[in-house]
Write a protein that binds this ligand. Structure first.
Ligand SMILES: [Zn+2]
Length: 221
């Protein structure tokens, strides 16, 4: 059975706008403090180490075998190795964690990755005979009413994935519904934590504040 965890702002060592459990190294927080927060997270999860990604809003997927400090350029990582923790960093995007009996994956799902098919690509990495018992969790992420985009972006997005649609007056995108639809079409059951990161200051939100930290979704076999 896979273990999963979604972090929030509380419980770490960062100060100021990054207070306190910032796990993102790329956001100009003090690097040593971020590394201490990452160590704390590994300890909370009783793991020796965690694998983070250098996320690019693309669809690159990397397999990892150990927590050896290598940070792949990817928006999804998966492992078949027990005790290797995988972390996805977010502040409004969807942190998606996937598990089957022999494999786990952590996936960064923003609008661009979602439209480019990152979820389908990751599901395809799982053994075919385990697909019907796969599980998925989506952690705290921006809600539909907070996710307004310009009309052209809206129309482009719903043409690719109709489940994202709300209405053309407000042009808000329902990213969670889009992700759920893709997972359900693949037969993957999904649990969604319906907590909006922008409306809830217990979480980092890039839309609320451009200079901020990152929370994580973590999974391990
Ligand atoms: Zn919201």
């Amino acid at each position: 059975m896979a273990r999963t965890l979604f972090t929030g702002r509380a419980g770490g060592l960062s100060v100021g706008v990054f207070e306190s459990f910032n796990l993102g190294l790329h956001v100009h927080d003090d690097a040593e403090t971020v590394m201490a927060n990452r160590k704390l997270l590994a300890k909370l999860f009783s793991l020796e180490g965690l694998v983070f990604m250098n996320q690019t809003h693309g669809t690159e997927i990397a397999e990892v075998h150990s927590a050896d400090g290598v940070i792949p350029d990817a928006d999804a990582i998966f492992t078949r190795t027990k005790g290797v923790g995988l972390a996805v960093l977010v502040a409004d995007c969807l942190p998606l964690l996937l598990a089957s009996s022999s494999m786990v994956a952590a996936v960064h799902v923003g609008r661009r990755g979602l439209l480019a098919g990152i979820i389908q690509k990751v599901i395809a990495k799982f053994p075919e005979d385990e697909r019907d018992q796969m599980t998925a969790e989506i952690g705290p992420a921006i809600c539909t009413s907070c996710y307004e985009v310009d009309l052209a972006t809206y129309e482009e997005a719903i043409a690719v994935l109709p489940e994202l649609a709300t209405n053309t007056d407000l042009h808000q995108l329902n990213l969670v519904a889009g992700a759920e639809a893709i997972l359900q079409r693949s037969g993957v059951s999904v649990v969604v934590q319906r907590i909006c990161t922008q409306e809830n200051d217990k979480y980092y939100s890039f839309r609320r504040s451009q200079t901020t930290g990152r929370q994580a979704g973590v999974i391990a076999l």
